[in-house]
Design a protein around this ligand. Structure first.
Ligand code: ATP
Ligand code: MG
Length: 422
């Protein structure tokens, strides 16, 4: 009986994997340009980290985590997101004590969520995310947004929409929360059981409900914008001004809330408006989370970040008809004819590779014609043909596949000849 891949996961095969390599390289290059450094944390963490760091009332913690008990009876969870682990690491390694604050970090790593698989929604997916920790300057909110937008734009995406909101500071959130409870409480019986649970714990998340989004009380719900205190208003204005000065367009949406509980002030999502992108239009989401580091045992550390999945980025590229240049070519293919030549081709190939030349040969004992076909399929720039006769004379025939020109080269000069021509 054959065994299949688990639901919601996929293999990325040669032919497809080159696209991943291109976008990963681009994400790394842009992170470096913005002076963000890579951080790598474990694939699993103590379950408590996500319960506290992501929040007990979120979908992630309530129904999406891959949690297991190890042989030492510890409850561990495959990481569903990157911010809580990065924050744990920041606190545990006392990065707050380093010179050169804020600490600016990025990661590209697989995440795991038990979700109903569909286009753009997997049980294992790769997130590229950044976290800027230790600054409450609105300019860094704009920097974080600009980094995400730069990646999409530089890869060629055009149909992008940045949606922006503020959740205010703790004080603003508190008065907003009270207003939300007063608004929904009388009719909460008409809402789903999740919303009923959210009412007192985190009523803001009712606005994020996918089941009850058309209920008439949703549209009339009190807006955070009307509950912002002066400080929060000023902060938001400064973020918007910085974006405008960087020529980054945005649309305001006072109903935008992030799924995770620890956010305050700036919240944003980047959406794709490309036809055929599908029902899920969010490419990435992020925001400010000033309370999280303290919640996880560190000093007060205002922070902001975003996360995007590379799966949805690739979907958007496809929906906009953007092809990445994944052309794969070989510098030299060695064709060997005769027993002595075949033996010699092993060390010859080794010399080419040591000289930095991308090269290959036949391993299926193919006839000459089939070996040439293989060279063609691999898009070899040069084919080096070695027969027993040439070998005896210490030479090899090299064919330039583009011009068709053939040259007799001394065996020991093969590498330098290919290097000059490639
Ligand atoms: P959604 O509302 O789509 O479930 P979310 O609020 O759960 O999104 P976040 O936790 O903010 O998403 O994750 C940030 C980004 O990670 C999303 O914008 C999306 O690009 C991506 N993402 C989230 N869940 C998945 C998934 N199951 N498969 C692929 N990508 C995902
Ligand atoms: Mg989700």
């Amino acid at each position: 009986m054959s065994i299949n891949i688990p639901r919601g996961t996929k293999d990325i095969l040669p032919g497809e994997v080159e696209k991943w390599q291109i976008i990963e390289a681009k994400a790394k290059e842009i992170s470096a340009r913005f002076n963000y450094k890579e951080i790598r944390t474990p694939m699993f963490e103590h379950t408590d980290l996500f319960q506290r760091g992501v929040g007990d009332s979120t979908d992630i913690v309530q129904k999406e985590m891959y949690t297991f008990t190890d042989r030492g009876d510890r409850s561990l969870t495959l990481r569903p997101e990157g911010t809580a682990p990065v924050t744990r690491s920041y606190v545990e390694n006392k990065l707050f004590g380093l010179a050169g604050q804020p600490i600016k970090l990025y990661y590209i790593a697989p995440m795991f969520r038990y979700e109903r698989p569909q286009a753009g929604r997997y049980r294992q997916f790769v997130q590229f995310g950044i976290e800027a920790m230790g600054s409450a300057d609105p300019a860094i909110d704009a920097e974080v947004i600009s980094l995400a937008m730069s990646l999409y734009k530089e890869l060629g995406l055009k149909k992008l929409r940045l949606v922006l909101n503020t959740l205010g500071d703790a004080e603003s959130r508190k008065t907003h929360k009270e207003a939300l409870i007063a608004h929904f409480e009388p009719s909460i019986g008409e809402f789903c059981s999740d919303c009923q649970n959210r009412l007192t714990k985190n009523p803001l998340r009712i606005l994020d409900c996918k089941k009850d989004r058309d209920h008439e009380l949703m549209k009339s719900a009190p807006s955070i914008i009307d509950h912002l205190n002066e400080e929060s208003k000023v902060y938001f204005e400064q973020v918007k001004t910085a974006l405008t000065e960087m020529n980054i367009d945005y649309a305001l949406d006072p109903t935008l809330v992030r799924g995770l509980d620890y956010y305050n002030h700036t919240a944003f999502e980047i959406m794709s408006d490309a036809d055929g992108f599908g029902a899920i239009t969010t490419l990435s989401g992020g925001g400010r989370y000033n309370g999280l580091v303290e919640d996880l045992g560190g000093p007060p550390t205002p922070s902001i970040g975003f996360a995007m999945s590379l799966e949805r980025l690739l979907m958007a590229l496809e929906a906009e008809g953007i092809t990445l240049d994944t052309e794969d070519v070989l510098d030299c293919y060695v064709v060997a004819l005769g027993d002595d030549a075949k033996r010699k081709s092993v060390s010859l190939l080794n010399e080419l590779r040591q000289a930095g030349i991308k090269s290959d040969k036949d391993y299926l004992d193919k006839k000459m014609k089939a070996q040439f076909k293989a060279a063609d399929r691999l898009k070899a720039k040069f084919v080096a043909i070695l027969g027993d006769e040439e070998l005896a004379k210490g030479i090899i025939n090299v064919k330039n596949m583009q011009s068709g020109e053939q040259t007799e080269v001394r065996l020991e000069e093969l590498s330098s000849f290919i290097k000059q021509g490639k």
